[in-house]
Design a protein around this ligand. Structure first.
Ligand code: SF4
Length: 349
Protein backbone atom coordinates (compact mmCIF):
# COMPACT_ATOMS: atom_id res chain seq x y z
CA UNK A 1 0.00 0.00 0.00
CA UNK A 2 1.34 3.46 -0.80
CA UNK A 3 0.41 7.03 0.07
CA UNK A 4 1.52 8.34 -3.29
CA UNK A 5 1.63 7.33 -6.89
CA UNK A 6 2.95 8.57 -10.22
CA UNK A 7 0.90 9.22 -13.35
CA UNK A 8 3.76 9.44 -15.82
CA UNK A 9 5.95 12.15 -14.27
CA UNK A 10 3.06 13.63 -12.27
CA UNK A 11 3.35 12.77 -8.59
CA UNK A 12 0.09 12.44 -6.68
CA UNK A 13 0.02 12.26 -2.88
CA UNK A 14 2.42 13.57 -0.24
CA UNK A 15 5.13 14.87 -0.56
CA UNK A 16 3.85 16.12 -3.93
CA UNK A 17 1.67 19.24 -3.95
CA UNK A 18 -2.10 18.92 -4.12
CA UNK A 19 -2.87 18.73 -7.84
CA UNK A 20 -5.50 20.67 -9.74
CA UNK A 21 -7.45 18.82 -12.36
CA UNK A 22 -10.44 19.27 -14.63
CA UNK A 23 -12.66 17.29 -16.96
CA UNK A 24 -13.03 18.01 -20.66
CA UNK A 25 -16.33 19.32 -21.94
CA UNK A 26 -15.52 18.43 -25.55
CA UNK A 27 -16.62 14.97 -26.73
CA UNK A 28 -13.86 12.63 -27.84
CA UNK A 29 -15.12 12.48 -31.43
CA UNK A 30 -13.71 16.04 -31.84
CA UNK A 31 -9.99 15.45 -31.43
CA UNK A 32 -8.79 18.91 -32.46
CA UNK A 33 -11.26 20.62 -30.15
CA UNK A 34 -10.30 18.28 -27.30
CA UNK A 35 -6.66 19.28 -27.71
CA UNK A 36 -7.60 22.95 -27.93
CA UNK A 37 -9.48 22.66 -24.66
CA UNK A 38 -6.62 20.77 -23.02
CA UNK A 39 -4.15 23.50 -24.07
CA UNK A 40 -6.42 26.18 -22.54
CA UNK A 41 -6.60 24.15 -19.33
CA UNK A 42 -2.85 23.66 -19.32
CA UNK A 43 -2.28 27.41 -19.71
CA UNK A 44 -4.47 28.03 -16.67
CA UNK A 45 -2.40 25.53 -14.65
CA UNK A 46 -4.39 22.30 -14.95
CA UNK A 47 -2.16 19.31 -14.10
CA UNK A 48 -4.38 16.36 -14.98
CA UNK A 49 -7.24 16.17 -17.47
CA UNK A 50 -10.03 13.62 -17.33
CA UNK A 51 -11.82 12.72 -20.52
CA UNK A 52 -14.98 10.69 -21.05
CA UNK A 53 -14.26 7.55 -23.09
CA UNK A 54 -17.70 6.14 -23.87
CA UNK A 55 -17.12 4.08 -27.07
CA UNK A 56 -14.49 1.58 -28.14
CA UNK A 57 -14.69 3.11 -31.64
CA UNK A 58 -13.08 6.26 -30.20
CA UNK A 59 -9.84 4.46 -29.25
CA UNK A 60 -7.81 6.06 -32.05
CA UNK A 61 -9.06 9.49 -31.03
CA UNK A 62 -8.09 8.81 -27.43
CA UNK A 63 -4.67 7.72 -28.57
CA UNK A 64 -4.19 10.97 -30.53
CA UNK A 65 -5.34 13.11 -27.62
CA UNK A 66 -3.00 11.31 -25.22
CA UNK A 67 -0.06 11.62 -27.64
CA UNK A 68 -0.44 15.37 -28.17
CA UNK A 69 -1.67 16.44 -24.75
CA UNK A 70 0.74 18.62 -22.73
CA UNK A 71 -0.70 17.16 -19.48
CA UNK A 72 -1.49 13.64 -18.35
CA UNK A 73 -4.87 12.32 -19.47
CA UNK A 74 -7.12 10.11 -17.36
CA UNK A 75 -9.77 8.16 -19.28
CA UNK A 76 -13.14 8.05 -17.57
CA UNK A 77 -14.65 4.59 -17.92
CA UNK A 78 -18.12 3.39 -17.04
CA UNK A 79 -19.72 -0.04 -17.37
CA UNK A 80 -17.42 -1.79 -19.82
CA UNK A 81 -14.03 -3.32 -18.99
CA UNK A 82 -13.19 -3.38 -22.72
CA UNK A 83 -13.11 0.41 -22.64
CA UNK A 84 -10.65 0.30 -19.75
CA UNK A 85 -8.46 -2.13 -21.70
CA UNK A 86 -8.62 0.05 -24.82
CA UNK A 87 -7.76 3.15 -22.78
CA UNK A 88 -4.62 1.51 -21.38
CA UNK A 89 -3.65 0.28 -24.86
CA UNK A 90 -4.24 3.82 -26.19
CA UNK A 91 -1.47 5.07 -23.93
CA UNK A 92 -3.49 6.50 -21.04
CA UNK A 93 -1.37 6.39 -17.90
CA UNK A 94 -4.45 6.68 -15.73
CA UNK A 95 -8.01 5.43 -15.88
CA UNK A 96 -10.97 6.10 -13.66
CA UNK A 97 -13.32 3.22 -13.09
CA UNK A 98 -16.64 3.16 -11.32
CA UNK A 99 -16.57 0.45 -8.63
CA UNK A 100 -18.40 -2.70 -9.61
CA UNK A 101 -18.72 -1.65 -13.25
CA UNK A 102 -16.03 -3.88 -14.70
CA UNK A 103 -18.22 -6.98 -14.95
CA UNK A 104 -17.05 -10.48 -14.06
CA UNK A 105 -13.95 -11.29 -12.03
CA UNK A 106 -12.40 -12.67 -15.23
CA UNK A 107 -12.69 -9.19 -16.75
CA UNK A 108 -10.95 -7.72 -13.75
CA UNK A 109 -8.13 -10.27 -13.98
CA UNK A 110 -7.60 -9.37 -17.64
CA UNK A 111 -7.66 -5.65 -16.89
CA UNK A 112 -5.40 -5.97 -13.83
CA UNK A 113 -2.75 -7.87 -15.76
CA UNK A 114 -2.68 -5.17 -18.40
CA UNK A 115 -2.55 -2.20 -16.02
CA UNK A 116 0.20 -3.80 -13.95
CA UNK A 117 2.29 -4.35 -17.09
CA UNK A 118 1.67 -0.81 -18.33
CA UNK A 119 2.08 0.85 -14.91
CA UNK A 120 -1.33 2.47 -15.25
CA UNK A 121 -2.87 4.24 -12.28
CA UNK A 122 -6.45 3.28 -11.49
CA UNK A 123 -8.74 5.74 -9.83
CA UNK A 124 -11.54 3.91 -8.10
CA UNK A 125 -14.15 6.61 -8.12
CA UNK A 126 -17.60 6.09 -6.64
CA UNK A 127 -20.37 8.57 -7.23
CA UNK A 128 -23.59 8.64 -5.18
CA UNK A 129 -25.63 8.78 -8.37
CA UNK A 130 -24.17 5.47 -9.55
CA UNK A 131 -24.87 3.47 -6.39
CA UNK A 132 -27.26 0.57 -6.84
CA UNK A 133 -30.33 0.10 -4.69
CA UNK A 134 -28.77 -2.99 -3.11
CA UNK A 135 -25.59 -1.08 -2.23
CA UNK A 136 -27.69 1.58 -0.51
CA UNK A 137 -29.87 -1.02 1.25
CA UNK A 138 -26.79 -2.89 2.49
CA UNK A 139 -25.55 0.35 4.04
CA UNK A 140 -29.00 0.84 5.62
CA UNK A 141 -29.57 3.98 3.60
CA UNK A 142 -26.30 5.60 4.73
CA UNK A 143 -25.02 6.96 1.39
CA UNK A 144 -21.58 7.80 2.80
CA UNK A 145 -21.14 4.25 3.98
CA UNK A 146 -22.46 2.86 0.68
CA UNK A 147 -19.91 4.97 -1.21
CA UNK A 148 -17.15 3.84 1.12
CA UNK A 149 -18.16 0.19 0.77
CA UNK A 150 -18.28 0.42 -3.03
CA UNK A 151 -14.74 1.78 -3.16
CA UNK A 152 -13.47 -0.55 -0.43
CA UNK A 153 -14.71 -3.69 -2.15
CA UNK A 154 -13.24 -2.63 -5.50
CA UNK A 155 -9.89 -1.76 -3.94
CA UNK A 156 -9.72 -5.12 -2.16
CA UNK A 157 -10.43 -6.90 -5.46
CA UNK A 158 -7.65 -4.93 -7.18
CA UNK A 159 -5.23 -5.53 -4.29
CA UNK A 160 -5.90 -9.25 -4.52
CA UNK A 161 -4.80 -9.09 -8.15
CA UNK A 162 -1.64 -7.21 -7.25
CA UNK A 163 -2.73 -3.73 -8.38
CA UNK A 164 -1.19 -1.09 -6.14
CA UNK A 165 -1.20 2.10 -8.20
CA UNK A 166 -4.52 3.31 -6.93
CA UNK A 167 -6.22 6.64 -6.27
CA UNK A 168 -9.54 6.61 -4.46
CA UNK A 169 -12.47 8.93 -4.58
CA UNK A 170 -16.03 9.14 -3.26
CA UNK A 171 -18.31 11.94 -4.33
CA UNK A 172 -21.84 13.11 -3.77
CA UNK A 173 -23.63 16.39 -4.40
CA UNK A 174 -24.23 16.53 -0.62
CA UNK A 175 -21.38 18.08 1.35
CA UNK A 176 -21.94 16.13 4.62
CA UNK A 177 -22.22 12.85 2.68
CA UNK A 178 -19.02 13.59 0.77
CA UNK A 179 -17.11 14.55 3.91
CA UNK A 180 -18.10 11.41 5.78
CA UNK A 181 -17.40 9.06 2.86
CA UNK A 182 -13.93 10.53 2.41
CA UNK A 183 -13.17 10.35 6.12
CA UNK A 184 -14.10 6.65 6.06
CA UNK A 185 -11.88 6.01 3.04
CA UNK A 186 -8.90 7.95 4.40
CA UNK A 187 -9.27 6.06 7.70
CA UNK A 188 -9.14 2.70 5.93
CA UNK A 189 -6.56 3.03 3.12
CA UNK A 190 -3.38 5.02 2.56
CA UNK A 191 -3.86 5.58 -1.16
CA UNK A 192 -3.94 9.14 -2.52
CA UNK A 193 -7.41 10.68 -2.47
CA UNK A 194 -9.03 12.65 -5.25
CA UNK A 195 -11.60 15.03 -3.76
CA UNK A 196 -14.46 17.02 -5.17
CA UNK A 197 -18.14 17.68 -4.82
CA UNK A 198 -20.05 16.24 -7.74
CA UNK A 199 -22.67 18.33 -9.55
CA UNK A 200 -21.95 21.28 -7.28
CA UNK A 201 -23.84 23.66 -9.54
CA UNK A 202 -22.92 26.78 -11.46
CA UNK A 203 -21.54 30.24 -10.80
CA UNK A 204 -21.20 31.62 -7.31
CA UNK A 205 -23.41 28.97 -5.70
CA UNK A 206 -21.51 26.03 -7.20
CA UNK A 207 -18.20 27.67 -6.40
CA UNK A 208 -19.13 28.23 -2.75
CA UNK A 209 -20.42 24.67 -2.37
CA UNK A 210 -17.23 23.23 -3.85
CA UNK A 211 -15.05 25.54 -1.74
CA UNK A 212 -16.80 24.47 1.46
CA UNK A 213 -16.50 20.75 0.67
CA UNK A 214 -12.92 20.77 -0.60
CA UNK A 215 -11.63 23.17 2.05
CA UNK A 216 -13.16 21.05 4.81
CA UNK A 217 -11.49 17.94 3.42
CA UNK A 218 -8.12 19.57 2.82
CA UNK A 219 -8.30 21.18 6.26
CA UNK A 220 -8.64 17.75 7.81
CA UNK A 221 -5.67 16.48 5.81
CA UNK A 222 -7.67 14.60 3.14
CA UNK A 223 -7.08 15.29 -0.54
CA UNK A 224 -4.15 14.92 -2.92
CA UNK A 225 -5.82 16.02 -6.13
CA UNK A 226 -8.90 18.20 -6.53
CA UNK A 227 -11.51 18.94 -9.11
CA UNK A 228 -14.10 21.68 -8.84
CA UNK A 229 -17.10 20.27 -10.65
CA UNK A 230 -18.80 23.38 -12.06
CA UNK A 231 -21.46 23.85 -14.70
CA UNK A 232 -19.62 26.17 -17.09
CA UNK A 233 -16.27 26.35 -18.90
CA UNK A 234 -13.70 23.82 -17.71
CA UNK A 235 -11.05 26.53 -17.18
CA UNK A 236 -13.21 27.95 -14.36
CA UNK A 237 -12.65 24.69 -12.48
CA UNK A 238 -8.89 25.22 -12.63
CA UNK A 239 -9.05 28.90 -11.65
CA UNK A 240 -11.26 28.13 -8.64
CA UNK A 241 -9.21 25.06 -7.68
CA UNK A 242 -5.98 27.04 -7.65
CA UNK A 243 -7.59 29.83 -5.67
CA UNK A 244 -8.81 27.39 -3.03
CA UNK A 245 -5.29 25.97 -2.64
CA UNK A 246 -3.80 29.46 -2.47
CA UNK A 247 -6.42 30.69 0.04
CA UNK A 248 -5.63 27.72 2.27
CA UNK A 249 -1.91 28.52 1.86
CA UNK A 250 -1.32 25.02 0.54
CA UNK A 251 0.14 26.27 -2.76
CA UNK A 252 1.07 29.66 -4.13
CA UNK A 253 0.40 30.48 -7.78
CA UNK A 254 0.13 34.28 -7.97
CA UNK A 255 0.47 37.41 -5.81
CA UNK A 256 -2.27 37.57 -3.20
CA UNK A 257 -4.52 40.57 -3.66
CA UNK A 258 -6.47 41.84 -0.69
CA UNK A 259 -8.87 44.78 -0.82
CA UNK A 260 -10.96 46.49 1.80
CA UNK A 261 -14.76 46.34 1.61
CA UNK A 262 -14.84 50.20 1.51
CA UNK A 263 -16.81 52.18 4.06
CA UNK A 264 -17.88 55.80 4.52
CA UNK A 265 -14.19 56.86 4.82
CA UNK A 266 -13.30 55.74 1.32
CA UNK A 267 -11.58 58.24 -0.98
CA UNK A 268 -11.69 56.10 -4.09
CA UNK A 269 -13.94 53.57 -5.83
CA UNK A 270 -12.24 50.43 -4.46
CA UNK A 271 -13.95 47.98 -6.83
CA UNK A 272 -12.78 49.77 -9.97
CA UNK A 273 -9.31 50.26 -8.48
CA UNK A 274 -9.08 46.50 -7.91
CA UNK A 275 -9.99 45.96 -11.57
CA UNK A 276 -7.09 48.20 -12.58
CA UNK A 277 -4.51 46.73 -10.20
CA UNK A 278 -5.35 43.03 -10.65
CA UNK A 279 -4.04 42.69 -14.24
CA UNK A 280 -0.69 44.22 -13.16
CA UNK A 281 0.01 41.35 -10.79
CA UNK A 282 1.03 38.97 -13.59
CA UNK A 283 4.36 40.83 -13.72
CA UNK A 284 5.10 40.40 -10.02
CA UNK A 285 6.52 37.45 -8.07
CA UNK A 286 3.88 35.05 -6.73
CA UNK A 287 4.97 35.45 -3.11
CA UNK A 288 3.99 39.14 -2.89
CA UNK A 289 0.96 40.41 -0.96
CA UNK A 290 -0.76 43.36 -2.62
CA UNK A 291 -3.40 45.61 -1.03
CA UNK A 292 -6.00 47.92 -2.51
CA UNK A 293 -7.52 50.11 0.22
CA UNK A 294 -10.16 52.81 0.22
CA UNK A 295 -8.49 55.41 2.43
CA UNK A 296 -5.11 56.52 3.71
CA UNK A 297 -6.38 56.87 7.31
CA UNK A 298 -6.74 53.16 7.95
CA UNK A 299 -5.56 51.51 4.72
CA UNK A 300 -1.79 51.24 5.29
CA UNK A 301 -2.28 50.07 8.90
CA UNK A 302 -5.01 47.58 8.05
CA UNK A 303 -2.82 46.23 5.26
CA UNK A 304 0.49 46.55 7.10
CA UNK A 305 1.46 43.07 5.90
CA UNK A 306 1.25 44.11 2.23
CA UNK A 307 4.49 44.22 0.25
CA UNK A 308 2.92 46.89 -1.90
CA UNK A 309 -0.40 48.67 -1.48
CA UNK A 310 -2.41 51.57 -2.81
CA UNK A 311 -4.94 53.70 -0.94
CA UNK A 312 -7.16 56.66 -1.80
CA UNK A 313 -6.50 60.11 -0.28
CA UNK A 314 -8.33 63.44 -0.38
CA UNK A 315 -6.01 64.59 -3.18
CA UNK A 316 -5.30 61.32 -5.04
CA UNK A 317 -3.47 58.12 -4.09
CA UNK A 318 -0.65 56.92 -1.88
CA UNK A 319 1.48 53.83 -2.42
CA UNK A 320 2.81 52.00 0.61
CA UNK A 321 4.89 48.97 1.58
CA UNK A 322 4.67 47.23 4.98
CA UNK A 323 2.61 50.17 6.27
CA UNK A 324 5.10 52.88 5.17
CA UNK A 325 4.30 55.45 2.46
CA UNK A 326 6.52 55.01 -0.60
CA UNK A 327 4.97 57.41 -3.08
CA UNK A 328 2.01 59.56 -4.10
CA UNK A 329 0.22 60.11 -7.39
CA UNK A 330 -3.08 61.04 -8.96
CA UNK A 331 -5.67 58.32 -9.53
CA UNK A 332 -5.01 58.43 -13.29
CA UNK A 333 -1.30 57.70 -12.80
CA UNK A 334 -1.77 54.70 -10.51
CA UNK A 335 -0.68 51.94 -12.91
CA UNK A 336 2.58 53.67 -13.90
CA UNK A 337 3.38 54.71 -10.35
CA UNK A 338 2.56 51.21 -9.06
CA UNK A 339 5.18 49.72 -11.38
CA UNK A 340 7.71 52.45 -10.53
CA UNK A 341 7.42 51.75 -6.81
CA UNK A 342 7.58 47.98 -7.43
CA UNK A 343 10.79 48.56 -9.38
CA UNK A 344 12.24 50.72 -6.60
CA UNK A 345 11.43 47.93 -4.14
CA UNK A 346 13.05 45.34 -6.41
CA UNK A 347 9.87 43.32 -6.88
CA UNK A 348 9.92 42.66 -10.61
CA UNK A 349 10.15 39.20 -12.09
S1 SF4 B 1 -9.44 51.04 4.46
FE1 SF4 B 1 -10.59 52.93 4.82
S2 SF4 B 1 -12.26 52.84 3.33
FE2 SF4 B 1 -11.45 50.78 3.50
S3 SF4 B 1 -12.74 49.79 5.02
FE3 SF4 B 1 -10.92 50.55 6.08
S4 SF4 B 1 -11.51 52.59 6.83
FE4 SF4 B 1 -13.05 52.02 5.25
Amino acid sequence: MQGRTMIGSLGIGKPFPVRVESMLRTPLDQVEDCLREIHCLHEEGCELVRIAFPEVTLSDNLSKVVSFSPVEVMADIHFDHRLAIKAVRSGCRAIRINPGNMGSSRNLVELSTLIKDAGTVVRVGANAGSLSRSQIEKAKGDISRALFEAVRVQILALQELGVERIIMSAKSSSIPVTLKANALLAGKFRYPVHVGLTESGSGQKGTIRSCVAISSLLGSGIGDTIRISLTGPSVDEVIVGRRILQALEIRRFEPELISCPACGRRRVDVASLVERIEPLLKRLPAELNVAVMGCEVNGPQEASNADIGVAGTASGMILFAKGKVKGVCSEEEIEDRFFEVCRELGYFI
